[in-house]
Design a protein around this ligand. Structure first.
Ligand SMILES: Nc1ncnc2c1ncn2[C@@H]1O[C@H](COP(=O)(O)OP(=O)(O)OP(=O)(O)O)[C@@H](O)[C@H]1O
Length: 729
């Protein structure tokens, strides 16, 4: 039945091949204590039946691939089995990596609860800028990026007896680099055990084609372990949807084990026809579920913050039209640039009388269990990184998900009871999807990864044993970029001190360089603000019906000298508004009314500003530790602009006689993106053919010798046959 007269309904067809088995629904569970309930729940997980066999497999094989249905218990149970199996004897730790922070945090909390211990004691987590572990931590969840950083200090990862790489199907760039490193660490560790650290035998290089001089360097890389007798490192690669064959081949024929069964069934439903507007289809489906289905949380997968916020507004508008006595809808967004405290809101129960609708990006796609989810709406799209080594430009594009992502999404339901997944495309489309996602390492700028590998002592990047090699061109381009930024010497070694300093900062190398330079230009305060603001999405926000009002408000901040200065103005003004609440030193309180009101009045995105404040304080902590000089240039913006020019020179564009711009590095014609403040200020500079925005930060120069006349936050390529081809992924 249609929920609203003008909303329409969607007809879904049911997939016949529903798999899974219904776990015994224990009606008595309600009377158990929470602990007992959890115990009961754990026992009913498919993985519980094979605990002994799994431990035996791990004992027999140093390398294991584990594939099991979503929700079968891999992430929460396997580490506990390993603990019980004696893998933490002698004070060793079991490390489990996750591609995302939110998964590392929430799974650690759950496992601590299951073990009946305080988080940070036996069970803990460690993510960038947040370490909740102690000397007694034996089960440690962390992001894959964090383990890579740990390897900088402890190349053989000596405190770990087992490392579990979870959700390996995601193939994030960090996962791929980690796999290569772990493969080598495992080889070296097995040699230290059997041959008492015979360094001559430790020529297991991170690259396959080792040069003589590299041998010496890699030996020194492991020198501190001379004589150490480390136990062999056990490696487990895990996911519900990975290509076990590919992983097995990469690890020299490693054994793959499959766990059968899932806790509860999930009905998969498809639309009869392709949806021309998936946002509209999403809204209709949300309200259809709300009116026709049983109570239960709805989880919707969208592509990004802007889309989430627009759906949030549309839901709010439509909710006004619901009859008085209907259950209300509570929307909860979750996306990566949302501050962590706010991300956690999705895990809280909705107040009574409300049905919760979670609007998420693929951040909620893997590993997490959000209580109460019964319905999943999968739009079938995801925002993915895309890199063109020819132009050196990285952008975010919306693409269809892979089958493996679709499976992960549906797997967020059916964890606490039976569920339904509504895919907003026909079943025939599903079969056309790619099996798995193209590894991120093949579609991103590699300079950050290469910088990290260099810091880890890996010199031969082209020879590095990647599971899937990035293109030679992408590697060469990134090496060139790092060299131009001063991170590498002319024989492509990490430079001292700049390269080493840059590797310490967990940022895009261009931003790291900008911060280091800003210290010399006496404007590190302003550069910290700029980098923080550039690290978040959509600072400016305008409802369609208030566009003119919003533009008038933004005029107070906009600078003719460009977007970077405009962002500094917004940052300064937002912190002043915090000052007015007299709680500037207390971030929790500072997120209160003063700033929120100020953001509303000025059409600034409150969530984005909060995130920028958070990032600012985190990066500030890093530069303080590195003893960089933190000074402000005050009103001397010329100094700051000089620093911008010196930092972002790789993205400079030169104004042509006809008013258009040409990117200096690639020679491509570019133009100011409509999201730039300069777009409206200089309309004569703007043409009418637009491609998707390129998230890069250009400097505009009138002539080659002029210093950063203006700086523009993002540019777009003019349409042309070649360009179109290059941008199509
Ligand atoms: N935070 C939580 N709250 C309630 N139940 C939870 C929580 N975390 C896990 N569970 C329960 O434990 C089960 C196993 O979760 P776990 O994350 O270990 O599965 P998994 O096999 O790793 O799934 P995935 O492949 O989706 O990551 C879930 O199906 C759910 O019933």
């Amino acid at each position: 039945m249609p929920f609203m007269a003008n909303a329409g309904t969607k007809n879904f067809s049911k997939n016949q091949q529903l798999n899974g088995r219904i776990a015994k629904n224990d009606n008595k569970a309600e009377s158990f204590t929470r602990r007992q309930r959890i115990l009961q729940q754990r026992k009913s997980l498919p993985i519980a039946e094979v605990e002994k066999q799994l431990i035996e497999e791990v004992r027999k094989n140093d390398m294991l691939i584990l594939v099991g249905e979503t929700g079968s218990g891999k992430t929460t149970q396997l580490p506990q089995f390993l603990f019980n199996g004696g893998y933490c004897r002698d004070g060793k730790t079991i490390g489990i990596t996750q591609p995302r922070r939110v998964a590392a945090v929430t799974v650690a909390k759950r496992v601590a609860e299951e073990c009946g211990v305080e988080l940070g004691q036996k069970v803990g987590y460690s993510i960038r800028f947040e370490d909740v572990t102690s000397s007694s931590t034996r089960i440690k969840y962390m992001t894959d990026g964090l383990l890579l950083r740990e390897a900088l200090l402890d190349p053989l990862l000596s405190k770990y007896s087992v490392i579990v790489v979870d959700e390996a199907h995601e193939r994030t760039v960090h996962t791929d680099v980690l796999l290569g490193l772990l493969k080598n660490v495992q080889k070296v560790r097995s040699q230290t055990t059997s041959q008492h650290a015979n360094l001559e035998k430790m020529k297991v290089n991170h690259g396959t084609s080792m040069k003589k001089e590299n041998d010496a360097q890699n030996l020194s890389f492991f020198k501190s372990y001379q004589g150490a007798k480390l136990p062999p490192l056990k490696l487990i690669i895990m996911s519900a949807s990975l290509d076990a064959k590919g992983f097995s081949e990469y690890f020299g024929g490693a054994r793959a084990v499959h766990i059968q069964g899932r806790p509860y069934p999930v009905d998969i439903l498809y639309t009869h026809h392709a949806e021309p507007d998936y946002l509209d289809a999403t809204l209709i489906t949300i309200f259809q579920i709300h009116s026709e289905e049983d109570p239960g949380v709805i989880l919707v997968f969208l592509t990004g913050q802007e889309e989430i916020e627009s759906v949030e507004r549309l839901i709010r508008d439509r909710v006004q039209q619901l009859p008085e006595d209907t259950q209300k809808l509570l929307t909860c967004p979750i996306f990566s640039s949302l501050p962590s405290e706010q991300q956690m809101h999705v895990f809280r129960p909705a107040p009574s009388g409300f049905r919760k609708v979670i609007l998420a990006t693929n951040i909620a796609e893997t590993s997490v269990t959000i209580p109460g989810i019964k319905y999943v709406i999968d739009t079938g799209f995801v925002k993915a990184r895309s890199y063109n080594p020819l132009t050196g430009i990285e952008s975010l594009i919306v693409i269809p998900t892979s089958k493996s992502q679709a499976l992960q999404r549906s797997g967020r339901a059916g964890r606490e009871g039976p569920g339904k997944c509504f895919r907003l495309y026909p079943e025939s489309e599903f079969s056309k999807l790619k099996d798995s996602t193209v590894p991120e390492i093949k579609r991103c700028n590699l300079s950050s990864v290469i910088l990290q590998l260099k810091a880890l002592g890996v010199d031969d990047i082209i020879g590095f044993d990647f599971m899937e090699k990035p293109s030679r061109m992408a590697i060469v381009k990134s090496l060139e970029q790092l060299f131009l930024l001063g991170a590498l010497t002319d024989d492509y070694k990490l430079s001292n001190p700049i390269g080493h300093q840059m590797a310490r900062l967990p940022l895009d190398p261009i931003y790291s360089r900008a911060l280091i330079l800003a210290s010399d230009f006496n404007c590190l305060e302003e550069m910290l603000m700029t980098v923080a603001m550039l690290s978040v999405e959509s600072i400016f926000y305008a409802p369609r019906d208030k566009l003119e009002e919003a533009r008038a408000a933004w005029k107070n901040f906009s600078s003719l000298e460009g977007d970077h200065l405009t962002l500094v103005n917004v940052y300064r003004a937002s912190t002043e508004s915090l000052g007015k609440t007299k709680v500037a030193n207390n971030r929790n309180k500072a997120t209160g009314k003063g700033l929120r009101k100020w953001c509303q009045e000025n059409f600034i995105n409150y969530r984005s500003v909060l995130h920028a404040l958070d990032i600012h304080s985190q990066i500030r902590g890093h530069v303080e530790q590195m003893s960089l000089r933190i000074a402000s240039c005050g009103d001397d913006m010329l100094q700051f602009r000089r620093c911008l020019a010196a930092s972002f020179f790789l993205n400079a564009a030169l104004k042509q006689p006809d008013g258009s711009y040409r990117a200096l590095a690639s020679g491509q014609m570019v133009q100011i993106h409509p999201s730039s403040m300069l777009f409206r200020m200089k309309p004569e500079d703007c043409g009418s053919n637009f491609d998707s925005p390129v998230h890069y930060h250009f400097l505009l120069a009138e002539e080659p010798t002029t210093l950063a006349v203006q700086s523009c936050q993002s540019f777009q390529f003019l349409k042309g046959e070649d360009t179109e081809k290059e941008l199509k992924i």
